[in-house]
Structure formats: structure tokens, C-alpha cells
Ligand binder design. Structure first.
Ligand code: NAP
Length: 306
């Protein structure tokens, strides 16, 4: 197993809401970094700070020993790792591929098998903590793969996150993330319904939040989403279309495990409606507007009771 130190050459693919900040932490920690992403303009900032550019994932793997991916959908993960211009076409034996995208557990297992055929190591390491966690390097990172590979990569995870936990063999990181998304689904519905109820009942949202967020109902979602909802700021954050991707994966996995999870199904139905109302590229807290719409109301917390 390669020992990771400051001469280890790192690669990063996917510079969106999350990847920008995460890759930046590695660069600031003093590692040499080669980056690539679909829309090159999104790399401008990190290139100005000293990262190198590569045109394709294959080119990144040609230059790097440990390569991270933080792209959008499972189909993108397939492309950048297993595709004809993907990482596995050029990665050297002993290289480590770390996929931090929220993706399918079965795809993580397939990547581990394909990588092993070439003596390349892989980890599935999705994250939780949102854009704020990515900016502040406080993400929770849930990791599947071989324990010794996890141990080797751990110092790199420590520059990006705060809670870093090994979950088991390939796919277990993604399974843990699905459990996380089932929790997020239940939580965000509660946050938006409670705010709509409090508003309709004529309460001051600020004082109501002061009471409920410090009692048994307090949560990350309540603390971080309610200020944005009160300001009418529905920018991502976490895209509705990515959440729908996660809910779809969680439903397919729960079916495979012969589970019926009605709360998860309900969240998927609600978010299908949110998407149909044109909010796919907004943050998931935009459920507030969709719930108001279902009730023939227009969400405006400045106006009493709708
Ligand atoms: P994002 O802003 O859409 O970032 C994804 C980046 O990957 C984009 O820059 C995208 O390029 C690039 N990309 C996608 N497919 C690619 C491909 N085939 N080749 C090269 N680059 C590609 O999404 P994000 O919010 O950072 O989320 C990334 C992943 O983390 C998603 O799976 C999401 O579910 C998960 N996640 C998000 C959050 C959150 O709060 N945002 C929290 C935890 C986990 P373009 O710019 O051209 O689209």
C-alpha cells in the first residue's frame, strides 16, 4: 500500500458546489493537484491557486497516484471511472480511486472489481454536511472498501471532513449514505410542513423557531434550512435533481432488500411534484414553495398567514 505524503500527486474530477471546496482544501494543505471537470470555467479559481488542468479523467489518472471523483449522477461516475476516457484506462497499478459522489452501492462494487483486475485500489466515500460542510471542511465521510486502503487515504479525508468512519467492504459507504438520505427526506418534510403550519397559524416564525429548534425537534435541517427559507433564498445547497437521484437509488436498494419504506416513497412523490413545478435546479428546501402551492398559498413570510 502506497504511503501518502506531500509528494503524493493527487487528482480531482468534478468541480461543482461540493467539489470546488473539497479540492481546494487538499490544495491548501500543500498537495500537488491535477483537476478536470466538464465545464472548464468552473476550474478557473482553483487553477489560479496553483492546480494543474487535465482535459480528461484518463489524463488526470496519468498524472496522479490518488484520484478523487465528485461528479453528479451514477452515469457520470461510470463515465469518469469506467468509460473509454475514464480513470481506469490509464491509472497505474497501486493507484487509488476514491469516489465521493452519492452513487449506487452496486456500482461501487463493480468499480472495485474492475479496479482490482488492474491492481488499482478503490474506495466509495460519499459525504454529508452540505455546501456548508464542504466549505468548512466539516463533512461526515462514510467509507466503503478495504480497511488498509481506507487507513492510507485517511490523512487526505482529514483535510476535507471531520467525521471519518470506515463502514465495511466496497458499497458500504454508499449504503450508509442511503440511510443518511432516508433521514434527510423525513427531516426536510418536517421542516417545511412545520414552517407552513406556524406561518398559517399566525405565529412569529423567528420566535417559533427559537422554541422548537432547541427542544427535541432540533436538527441540522432545521438549523441550516430555515434561515434560507425565511429569507426566500432557495438557491442550492443541494439540488432537488440530485436528491431525486438519491431517493431513486434508496427506493431501488430498499426493494432489493425486500423492504417497504412508506416515508421514503412519500418523499419521492413530493419531490417528483417539486421537480414538475420547475424547481429541479433549486435547493431541496424549495419544497416550502411546492407545499404552499399544493395548499393554494403563496409562500411569503413577510405577509401574515399567507
Ligand atoms: P454539482 O454542483 O452538479 O457538481 C458536479 C460537478 O461534476 C459539476 O461541475 C459537473 O460538471 C461535474 N461533472 C458531472 N459529470 C461529469 C463528467 N461526466 N465528467 C466531468 N465532470 C462531470 O453537484 P454537487 O452539489 O457538487 O454534488 C456532487 C455530488 O455530491 C452529487 O452526487 C450529490 O448528490 C452529492 N452531494 C451533494 C451535496 C450538496 O449539498 N450539494 C451534499 C452531499 C452530497 P458541470 O459543471 O458541467 O455540470
Amino acid at each position: 500500500m502506497q504511503e501518502i505524503n506531500k509528494s503524493t500527486r493527487l487528482g480531482w474530477i468534478g468541480l461543482g458546489v461540493m467539489g470546488q471546496s473539497m479540492a481546494n482544501h487538499l490544495l491548501k494543505a500543500g498537495y500537488r493537484l491535477t483537476v478536470s471537470t466538464r465545464t472548464k470555467s468552473k476550474a478557473a479559481q482553483i487553477l489560479a491557486q496553483g492546480a494543474d488542468w487535465a482535459q480528461t479523467p484518463a489524463e488526470v489518472a496519468h498524472q496522479a497516484d490518488v484520484i478523487f471523483t465528485m461528479v453528479s449522477l451514477p452515469s457520470d461516475v461510470r463515465d469518469v471511472i469506467l468509460g473509454p476516457q475514464g480513470l481506469l484506462t490509464t491509472a497505474r497499478p497501486g493507484a487509488i480511486v476514491v469516489d465521493m459522489t452519492t452513487s449506487e452501492p452496486s456500482l461501487a462494487v463493480l468499480i472495485a472489481e474492475k479496479a482490482r483486475e488492474k491492481n488499482i485500489e478503490s474506495l466509495d466515500a460519499p459525504v454529508s454536511g452540505g455546501d456548508i460542510g464542504a466549505k468548512n471542511a466539516t463533512l461526515s465521510i462514510m467509507v466503503g472498501g478495504k480497511q488498509d486502503v481506507f487507513n492510507a487515504v485517511r490523512p487526505l479525508f482529514e483535510t476535507i471532513g471531520k467525521t471519518i468512519v470506515y463502514q465495511g467492504p466496497a458499497g458500504c459507504g454508499q449504503h450508509t449514505k442511503m440511510a443518511n438520505q432516508i433521514l434527510v427526506a423525513a427531516g426536510i418534510i418536517g421542516v417545511c410542513e412545520a414552517l407552513l403550519y406556524a406561518w398559517r397559524a399566525g405565529l412569529s416564525l423567528e420566535t417559533a423557531l427559537q422554541s422548537v429548534s432547541s427542544g427535541a425537534a432540533g436538527s441540522w435541517g432545521l438549523t441550516n434550512y430555515s434561515p434560507r427559507i425565511l429569507q426566500g433564498n432557495f438557491e442550492p445547497g443541494f439540488y432537488v435533481e440530485h436528491f431525486l437521484k438519491d431517493l431513486g437509488i434508496a427506493i431501488r436498494e430498499s426493494e432489493r432488500l425486500q423492504l417497504n419504506l412508506p416515508g421514503l416513497q412519500l418523499a419521492k412523490q413530493l419531490y417528483d411534484q417539486v421537480q414538475a413545478q420547475g424547481y429541479g435546479r433549486k435547493g431541496i428546501h424549495v419544497l416550502q414553495l411546492a407545499l404552499a402551492h399544493i395548499n393554494d398559498l403563496t409562500w411569503d413570510p413577510q405577509i401574515q398567514n399567507g
